[in-house]
Design a protein. Structure first.
Length: 284
């Protein structure tokens, strides 16, 4: 077995967690491969770029937090290999264990006592008015929002070709169930179980308070577009990165990606446990 490792080299404690992980894997006879920047953190040669690392690994370990996982997914490219998030600090929504549980992680790999949570990805295609196209993948969400102006903007949303609504808002979020715990939640959207075959469309600070989030099936296609040329350009972002300027006449098509993310889960850890912990849910 080979474990590919991607670390957030800027995060405090990344070097010590990386050393500990490689040590517990080596003791158990598990080989490791390092992403290029991660290898640089150790001062060694032979680091691989993302797709190479994914191709040669049986499991991929991402050291950092939820943001590191999002960046790693973009770096790795499409892969069906199980991906384990090892959080440096407290448990995150996208992490399999904390940095104190790397021994448990290594034991689970040897015994096969782990599961995978299949997470839907978004495929977003930006079609510019000049006829050019660019495609993006997102694990959490895509966002079309106001640009440099401090004013509300007008945008429209269509679902399978039918008009959903004309919005006056700071922007609009289209999120996966995984992304329902991120920006969409902060904007007032609902929590959605990762197993649900759904997307959620959430307006950001809408002018009309009756405009609420809408959950749709993930087999549907969403199209977003600016409505007022005087308010363009707007900004399109993918998981908080890949910022693209959207002009009047441009269109964004959002649908379920062909690939998914197989998020590794250890025994005793679940989405519901993480929700209780992160949101401080308590009874009575």
């Amino acid at each position: 077995m080979t474990v590919g490792i991607v670390a957030n080299t800027q995060k405090k404690g990344a070097r010590s967690t990386l050393d500990r992980l490689m040590g517990v894997l080596a003791v158990r006879g598990i080989s490791t491969a390092l992403e290029r920047e991660t290898a640089g953190l150790l001062g060694v040669q032979g680091g691989l770029d993302g797709p190479e690392l994914a191709a040669c690994s049986d499991v991929i370990a991402v050291l950092g937090g939820d943001g590191t996982m999002l960046n790693a997914m973009a770096k790795l490219g499409p892969t069906e290999k199980p991906v384990a998030g090892i959080n440096i600090g407290t448990l995150g929504f996208l992490t399999s264990c904390t940095d104190e549980e790397v021994g448990q992680f290594a034991d689970a790999l040897l015994s096969g006592e782990f599961s995978t949570s299949r997470r839907t990805l978004l495929c977003a295609t930006v079609r510019s008015v000049d006829g050019s196209e660019k495609e993006f993948r997102a694990l959490n969400e895509i966002v079309l929002a106001r640009g440099q102006t401090g004013r509300l903007v007008s945008l429209s949303a269509y679902v399978d070709g039918d008009l959903l609504n004309h919005y006056r808002a700071d922007g609009l979020i289209v999120a996966t169930p995984t992304g329902s715990t991120a920006y969409s939640l902060s904007a007032g959207g609902p929590l959605i179980s990762p197993a649900a075959a759904a997307f959620v469309i959430t307006p950001i600070c809408p002018h009309t308070l009756s405009q609420r989030s809408l959950i749709i099936g993930d087999h549907m296609t969403v199209e977003l577009a600016p409505e007022n040329a005087d308010e363009a350009p707007m900004l399109f972002t993918v998981d908080g990165r890949d910022c693209v300027t959207i002009h009047a006449g441009d269109r964004i098509e959002v649908k379920k990606a062909e690939q998914s993310l197989n998020l590794l889960r250890l025994p005793g850890h679940s989405f519901y446990e993480t929700v209780r912990q992160k949101l401080n849910w308590r009874g009575g």
